[in-house]
Design a protein. Sequence first.
Length: 68
Amino acid sequence: MHNPKTPKGDPKTKGKRYTITLRGVYSELLEDMVEKGVYMEYQDAIRQALRLLFEKHGVDLYVKKATP
């Protein structure tokens, strides 16, 4: 059962799988960051990038929506 305090897609919930293709500088820089230990895995870097994107657009992932 989904915990209302945990956003969908959070590591604590069942996730949805997406497949993306990164080319050129995107894949090179991502690999460098993982190799240098900035991120443990590629998916960690991508999740952080999504969190920053959502934050930039004013989306707060951890706010519980009020039910009427």
